[in-house]
Design a protein around this ligand. Structure first.
Ligand code: ADP
Length: 266
């Protein structure tokens, strides 16, 4: 089974307050996935980020921070706005993927997962297995969920990958983002950033600057933390640039693609 995450940074314009999808990018990625599925049957789960849709309301309403009981009505509305925003993004993504012939079915985290202090603690994955068995591609995405400690919180697409990979025994975990992989510092703001082909410790980073955009879930550092946790359990993952044409196709075909492998060994 392959878990493929497509970062919100490629699907939307995360720097913008506007909620717009990048149609051309979506269509290209869908056709690359389709071409690979045409070559051979694969069990595939797609995870996508919240991009410019989910992060602004989550930030505005400080979802995931502790609050007083009196603030609950407003927080609840913030939860609803965030949930609705990511649902809209998911709908646009699924529409584009279905147009390309991909049998995608959305399974929103807010409808079946619970967290405790921002970590997923409950989520019955039987439906994933059932849909996979019938040849569907389940799609799950960064979302808001109920939290037994904080009442509500945001769950990143990156945390979802980790949970799914462990609980569904994924063979391959791939993250497509808008840079070639992990560098010692943010390559978008540092021309001298050094690229890692393999990455095994947060200590190898010069700075813990997460991202340059509106991400509330930690950007690259948040991603790496989730993936190192997976690596501790023996599951390797690979971060690649999904903006580079054919990278998604090639990686699904097990062909060589520039990227960073996150693993604990060297
Ligand atoms: P996505 O939305 O695709 O999941 P994010 O925006 O959350 O991606 O994270 C990717 C961004 O992280 C990159 O565009 C880059 O600007 C930033 N970044 C920060 N530090 C690093 C680093 N050390 N290596 C690579 N990218 C980094």
């Amino acid at each position: 089974m392959i878990i493929l995450k497509i970062g919100g940074s490629i699907l939307t314009n995360k720097d913008s307050a506007e909620s717009e999808v990048d149609d051309a990018s979506l269509k290209r990625i869908a056709s690359e996935i389709r071409a690979s599925l045409d070559n051979s049957d694969k069990e595939l789960i797609i995870v996508h980020g919240a991009g410019s849709f989910g992060h602004p309301p989550a930030k505005e309403y400080k979802i995931g921070e502790e609050f007083d009981e009196s603030e609950y009505p407003e927080k609840r509305i913030g939860f609803c706005k965030t949930q609705n925003a990511v649902k809209k993004l998911n709908m646009l993504i699924c529409e584009s993927f279905i147009d390309e012939g991909l049998p995608v079915v959305a399974i929103p985290a807010s409808s079946f997962m619970t967290a405790t202090d921002k970590r997923i603690t409950e989520g019955n994955l039987d439906y994933f297995k059932k849909y996979l068995n019938k040849g569907f591609i389940p799609v799950v995405y960064g979302d808001v969920v109920l939290d037994t400690k904080l009442e509500i919180c945001v769950i990143s697409g990156d945390q979802l990958i980790q949970y799914l990979a462990i609980n569904l025994n994924a063979d391959t975990v791939i993250l497509g983002t808008d840079v070639d992989g992990v560098y010692n510092k943010n390559p978008k703001t540092h021309d001298d950033a050094i690229f890692f082909e393999r990455f095994s410790s947060l200590e190898d980073l010069d700075t813990l600057e997460g991202t340059t955009n509106v991400d509330v879930t930690g950007g690259m550092v948040g991603k790496i933390k989730e993936l190192l946790y997976l690596a501790d359990l023996g599951i390797e993952s690979k971060i690649i640039n999904a903006e580079t044409k054919n990278n998604i196709f090639k990686v699904l075909e097990n062909k060589e693609v520039k990227g960073t492998i996150i693993s604990r060994g060297n």
